[in-house]
Design a protein around this ligand. Structure first.
Ligand SMILES: NC(=O)c1ccc[n+]([C@@H]2O[C@H](COP(=O)([O-])OP(=O)(O)OC[C@H]3O[C@@H](n4cnc5c(N)ncnc54)[C@H](OP(=O)(O)O)[C@@H]3O)[C@@H](O)[C@H]2O)c1
Length: 249
């Protein structure tokens, strides 16, 4: 039996799933044992990713993967993701979730199940180390400034708005200032040519501080996802939403 961590990737044909998946299969301690996508189901993953070494067929749902245990990595869309994550947790699998746009009710239900089944769960709005560093720096700036607005810019096909990353930033600043997150305006831009970008602008009399993070290539998310896959089983019993816990823990 292999001592590698088995991973099933949902969203294997997607922009982010492909970028993250290509790095997952390079990791010596991880084995990709399943790939899920809807419209691309039935296709050969090796052909889809242009890597003939990959001998897996893409399937349309988790039901088609009989694996006893795996870490489910999910970069899809919230509706199907919620059901898939639920099913994975009920099987006793750990979950590493990049998908954004869940409702509060969906998040609460997942959190409840994660505790009940005592599995590991990382629901992280942004797996790039740069976005996490931006949060830390923004919190530091919030000690000296008391007004800010967040601008998030994404590719035109992004479905949710504002982005999960921007909502999290507004929540963190609101918590730091003991205010309602609605008091921190978030502006969303959706245009071709963009990938994923966030600016936090702090203003005070006569001056501004602008903090910016740009993702130009989705490989930026891979290192965080790989670390989460490695650490998540040890963090079981609650939902981890801070990338720092998997990077530094
Ligand atoms: N947390 C982070 O760091 C981070 C970073 C980037 C993106 N994201 C989030 O990740 C998600 C995906 O973004 P993306 O830009 O990669 O999207 P995308 O390119 O549209 O890819 C979506 C993927 O989901 C699959 N899919 C959609 N509906 C499905 C269903 N019902 N069953 C199974 N598979 C299904 C698609 O497969 P088919 O095309 O074959 O149907 C495709 O592989 C979004 O929620 C985005 O906000 C998070």
């Amino acid at each position: 039996m292999s001592d590698k961590i088995p991973v099933v990737l949902a969203g294997a044909s997607g922009r982010t799933g492909m970028a993250v998946g290509r790095e997952l299969v390079q990791a010596p301690d991880i084995e990709l044992v399943g790939a899920i996508a809807l419209r691309h189901r039935g296709e050969h993953l090796g052909a889809l990713w242009n890597d003939p070494r990959l001998d897996l067929e893409v399937v349309g749902s988790l039901d088609e993967i009989p694996q006893a245990y795996a870490v489910l990595v999910d970069f899809t869309e919230p509706e199907s993701s919620f059901e898939r994550l639920r099913a994975a947790v009920l099987r006793g699998w750990d979950i590493v979730v990049g998908t954004t746009g869940f409702t509060l009710a969906q998040r609460s239900e997942l959190a409840r199940l994660v505790v009940e089944r005592n599995v590991g769960a990382a629901l992280i709005a942004n797996f790039s180390v740069g976005a996490w560093v931006l949060e830390k720096v923004a919190l530091e700036v919030s000690r000296y400034f008391d007004r800010a607005e967040v601008i998030e810019e994404h590719h035109a096909a992004k479905k949710d708005r504002p982005s999960g990353t921007a909502l999290r930033m507004a929540n963190l600043l609101a918590y730091s200032w003991r205010r309602d997150p609605k008091d921190i305006p978030v502006h969303s831009i959706r245009l071709p040519g963009l990938v994923a970008h966030q600016t936090v602008v702090f203003g005070a009399s006569g001056q501004v501080v602008s903090l910016r993070h740009d993702v130009h290539d989705r490989s930026a998310y891979a290192a965080g996802v790989l670390q989460a896959v490695r650490k998540i089983h040890a963090l079981k019993g609650r939902v981890v939403d801070d990338l720092g816990e998997v990077l530094e823990g």
